[in-house]
Every structure is written in structure tokens, then in C-alpha cells.
Design a protein around this ligand. Structure first.
Ligand code: NAP
Length: 228
């Protein structure tokens, strides 16, 4: 049985990823910062709820300790939790967006690494964004070039780079970053864009179910490699 942890699993792309991985037979730990919303989501899917706020070291460490006690290992980590942080820029808002979208990846990955090292096929998927691609935001032919989301873009550039650096430093573990595709979720509600989360989740699931010889250190969307 593959043991999988998904952060931000109570709604959106994370929730649909949890649903699809449960259907594939994974033991899914659905991480959410809110006990009530997370517990309800996990119960609906047949997943296991763990309280997990990616900005809180104690919460992250407790969640991984719960998985360690029950499973003794972790096979798949999906770093999915994220926020847009739109509106006027400020120092506190920048700290919150980077804490969630970039530092959160470090917090959860560092807590998960000892358990991932006990897996025979360890895989980490970071749900990043093409908004963090320098190529996409400077390419007039790409929709990202017409969108302004400074803190989101910069924090997702960091999330992608962290993924590449983790891949280089941990050769036995696959680390891949993805752009899931424009998706209609609470995160994009103000933009009114995107396809159903279940469609985008298939890209997350594809990277979360790679075999031992699968790629590492990549940044892809559903069509293949994306430029950095
Ligand atoms: N939608 C798109 O078009 C799109 C495109 C590219 C990349 N992405 C990425 O896809 C991922 C999922 O986003 P989504 O579109 O599914 O948005 P969403 O529906 O707003 O879901 C975001 C999830 O992250 C959780 N979260 C936020 N802050 C958290 C924290 N501090 N600790 C733990 N969980 C936290 C949210 O929990 P709460 O319910 O408690 O807020 C929610 O479960 C994000 O990383 C996003 O950047 C989305």
C-alpha cells in the first residue's frame, strides 16, 4: 500500500488529487490546517485526516510524527498548499505568501525526508506554477505575461528552484515541480478562469505515481517540460 501525504487537501486541486489517489489504492493522509474542513474532506474520500498548517513547524512535525507512528514510512509527498496573496504589496503579506508557498515546501519536505528515505519508491511532487516561470511571464504569447501577481509568482519561482535543489541533493528520491493548468478553484475565483480541479489533478497524479526509474528535477505541465 502506497502511503501518501497531500498538503492543502481539503479543497481544490489537493482534494481532487486525494480523491484520485484513494481510488488508485493509496493510503492518503489528507493534510489541512482546519480540523473541521479537513476532517470532513477526509471522511468524504476515505482518506485519513492530519492537521497540517505549512506555516507552523509544530503542526508539520506533529503530522509527520502521526504518519511515522502509523506507517513507519512515506512513499509520496504532494506539496500542494498555496495562496495567491493578491492585492496591495506589503512586508507582512510578502512574508505570509513566501512562508506558505516556499518556506512551507521546506518545512514539510524536511520533516518528511526521514520517512521518505524509508520508502522503496519515494516521490515528491510540488504543485508550483507557470506564474513562477521567468520564460512564461516574459513571453507575450503566454497568458502569464498579462497577469500581475508579484508575490505569488516570486514565491512559486522559489518553490520550483527548491524542488530542483532537493532533487540534486537527494538522488534516491524523485522531486518534480508541476504547473497543474489554469483551474477554477477558490484561488482563481476572482479571475474567473480555469477548468475543473479533477482535470488538473490528473497531472499531479501522473507525477505522484512515477515508477522507480521516473524523472527527477523536472518542471512540467500536462504537455511535458516547461521552460524555467
Ligand atoms: N488554480 C490554479 O489555476 C492553479 C494554477 C497553478 C498552480 N496552482 C497551485 O495549486 C495549488 C492548489 O491550489 P488550488 O487552486 O487548489 O487552490 P485552493 O482551492 O484555494 O486550495 C488551496 C489549498 O491550500 C490550503 N492552504 C493554504 N494555506 C495553507 C497553510 N498555511 N497550511 C495548509 N494548507 C494551506 C488551503 O486550505 P484552506 O481551505 O484552509 O485555505 C487549500 O486547501 C496551490 O499551490 C496553487 O498555487 C493553482
Amino acid at each position: 500500500m502506497t502511503v501518501t501525504l497531500i498538503t492543502g487537501g481539503n479543497k481544490g486541486i489537493g482534494f481532487e488529487t486525494a480523491r484520485q489517489l484513494v481510488e488508485l489504492g493509496h493510503t492518503v493522509y489528507l493534510g489541512a490546517r482546519d480540523e473541521e474542513r479537513g476532517g470532513k474532506a477526509a471522511a468524504e474520500l476515505g482518506a485519513r485526516f492530519v492537521q497540517l498548517d505549512v506555516t507552523d513547524d509544530a503542526s508539520v512535525n506533529a503530522a509527520l510524527a502521526t504518519i511515522d507512528a502509523a506507517e513507519g514510512r512515506l512513499d509520496v509527498l504532494v506539496n500542494n498548499a498555496g495562496i495567491l496573496g493578491d492585492g496591495p504589496l506589503s512586508g507582512p503579506k510578502a512574508l505570509l505568501v513566501f512562508d506558505t508557498n516556499a518556506v512551507g515546501v521546506v518545512r514539510v519536505t524536511e520533516a518528511a525526508l526521514p520517512l521518505l528515505r524509508k520508502s522503496s519508491n519515494p516521490t515528491v511532487v510540488t504543485v508550483s506554477s507557470s506564474m513562477g516561470s521567468f520564460w512564461a511571464v516574459t513571453n507575450p504569447e503566454r497568458p502569464e505575461s498579462g497577469l500581475s501577481a508579484a508575490l505569488y509568482s516570486a514565491s512559486k519561482s522559489a518553490a520550483t528552484m527548491l524542488t530542483v535543489q532537493y532533487a540534486k541533493a537527494n538522488l534516491g528520491i524523485k522531486f518534480n515541480a508541476i504547473e497543474p493548468g489554469a483551474t477554477a478553484t477558490d484561488l482563481t475565483a476572482a479571475l474567473g478562469i480555469g477548468r475543473p480541479a479533477a482535470e488538473s489533478a490528473t497531472t499531479v497524479v501522473r507525477l505522484a505515481t512515477l515508477g522507480p526509474d521516473g524523472p527527477t528535477g523536472t518542471f512540467t505541465d500536462e504537455l511535458g517540460p516547461l521552460n524555467w
